[in-house]
Design a protein around this ligand. Structure first.
Ligand SMILES: [Mg+2]
Length: 399
């Protein structure tokens, strides 16, 4: 394994195994042998050229630094998880995070007091640790098992809502949860796949559909040029979302020369101008690392996860207007979900848990919802969700 593309294929193949192991785990039929394949995968990661986590791989002819801390640590957690008890695994997580046990305890308290008809949660940075590369942000076994137990036991309607696309190399491919366990929504809620496997999407006008088709074709053509091919592989890579396209122009290591990154941005801007000369159809946002080109709504406003949630409320039967909802997120792009739930269901029915240390964001969440709670790591949130699921199961068993 020498290239980033090979690494992604390798991660995809591990995911097939993880999905199977998660299924066995949930049926309490997992076997010691299952863990061997994950140990082998760890060894293969360690054999990649470079340091322990900073690997040097080829991305379309350009050497880039690829920090595989997420991929490696989640795999290590899986090996530990599958060879130890739940209690030992929580001890393991407490050794990774300061104040972990107290945080889990406080979150469990909050969850006990929160009615949860619907559960709407962001994925990356919220219920899944954040990975620098979208293409290898695969869900681990322990995370899939714990989340599945929660969504099966607690909410009537769970939704995982992300900004990433849903299909092809999107959210569904990254998941290790068994089929039919949760509803998924991608592209900020513009598209969904429900628990029965039905798919739906917010309708675009013919004009919008034509424009986005043209845009994607032109960006694919740009990326097929030798000098630009690396951009499809690094960082966020290329994501054809529904109603939005994201493409990387730099990674966190600055692997791409500044001039080339700037040239690529210029080429994208001119492509968008070509398709939308008046600038009414698309908005462009450049973070320096990623360029996002999205269809706008209502006179140029940016589509938010709140808009997506309003659509999903109908499409997935969330009943936000008359039943309690728990919203989880980690960045300001998740705030519109809280605001939408409050708008539809009222402050008293809404609970919010955010995984953030950002004081300003915490203040905004606390202002938007009466009931809010904060944790510092996705691991603490997922561990707490799991605990509450077990309590619910026990209570169910006694009835
Ligand atoms: Mg997030």
């Amino acid at each position: 394994m020498r290239s980033l593309s090979q690494f992604y294929e390798f991660m995809d193949s591990i995911q097939t195994v993880r999905r199977m192991i998660t299924g066995y785990y949930l049926m309490q039929a997992h076997h010691g042998r299952h863990v061997e394949s994950l140990k082998n995968a760890l060894a293969a990661m360690d054999d990649l050229p470079g340091d322990a986590v900073d690997k040097r791989l080829d991305a379309a002819g350009r050497p880039v630094t690829v920090t595989i801390d997420y991929e490696r640590s989640e795999l290590e957690k899986d090996v530990y998880f599958l060879t130890h008890s739940d209690e030992e695994f929580l001890d393991y997580l407490s050794r990774l995070h300061d104040g972990f046990a107290e945080e889990v305890e406080r979150t469990v308290q909050f969850l006990r007091s929160q009615e949860t008809h619907s559960f709407v949660s962001d994925r990356d940075g919220t219920v899944n640790n954040y990975c620098g590369r979208y293409r290898s942000s695969h869900q681990s076994v322990w995370n899939a098992a714990y989340l599945t137990q929660f969504v099966r036991a607690v909410p009537a309607v769970p939704v995982l809502l992300t900004s990433a696309p849903l299909f092809e190399e999107g959210l569904l491919a990254m998941s290790a949860m068994p089929e039919h366990s949760t509803n998924y929504a991608g592209s900020l809620g513009r598209e969904y796949c429900d628990r029965e496997g039905n798919r739906g999407a917010l309708e675009l006008s013919d004009e919008q559909e034509r424009a986005i088709g043209k845009l994607n074709g032109r960006i694919d053509a740009l990326l097929s040029r030798r000098e630009f091919a690396t951009f499809a592989l690094i960082g966020s890579g290329l994501q054809h979302k529904f109603g939005q396209t994201t493409v990387a122009r730099q990674d966190i290591h600055g692997s791409i020369p500044q001039e080339l990154s700037a040239e690529f941005l210029k080429a994208i801007r001119s492509t968008v101008r070509d398709i939308d000369p008046e600038g009414v159809m698309f908005g462009i946002e450049d973070t320096g690392k990623d360029v996002e080109i999205m269809l706008t709504v209502e006179g140029g406003r940016r589509f938010t996860k709140g808009d997506g949630l309003a659509y999903l409320d109908e499409a997935l039967g969330l009943r936000l207007a008359d039943s309690p909802c728990l919203v989880c997120g980690d960045t300001s792009s998740d705030l519109p979900m809280v605001e939408k739930v409050v708008e539809l269901g009222g402050r008293e029915r809404t609970g919010a848990i955010f995984v953030t240390g950002d004081q300003e964001l915490r203040r905004k969440v606390a202002e938007a919802a009466d009931r809010s709670h904060f944790v510092s790591t996705p691991d603490a949130l997922v561990a707490a969700l799991h605990r509450v699921a077990l309590e619910r199961d026990d209570a169910g068993g006694r009835q």
